[in-house]
Design a protein around this ligand. Sequence first.
Ligand SMILES: [Zn+2]
Length: 108
Amino acid sequence: MATTQQQPTAEEPAQSHRVIANYKATRSRKVKAVCCCCDSESAPVKPNAHGEPDLWNMGRGWSEAPFPHDFMHQDGSVGSMYTCPSCNKRLCAGEALTLRWARTELTA
Ligand SMILES: [Zn+2]
C-alpha cells in the first residue's frame, strides 16, 4: 500500500490538463461512455470484458465505433468510440460534426 492511484472522483475534475477518454469509470465499478463529438456522457453501465461500456446496456440511441480495446487514437483516447443520441440524430440529418480531436488541435 505504498502508492494509491489518484483517480479523479469528482464529476468535473478541475484539471488544467484535460484527459481525453472514450469512457470513464465510475466509483460503482461501472463505466460511462463519452460522446466523441460533444463529450456528453451515457448513464453508467456494466463494462464488458475489456472494461469498456457495453453498447447493449447503454441508452437507446447511442452508437459505438468498435476499435481494439488497446487501440490509441490520435487524441490520446483508447479503444472504441461512442456517439450520443443527439449527435447521432444530427449526423443522420446530414450535419457534419467536428470530432473531439479536431477541436483539440484548433484550441491547442
Ligand atoms: Zn454527442
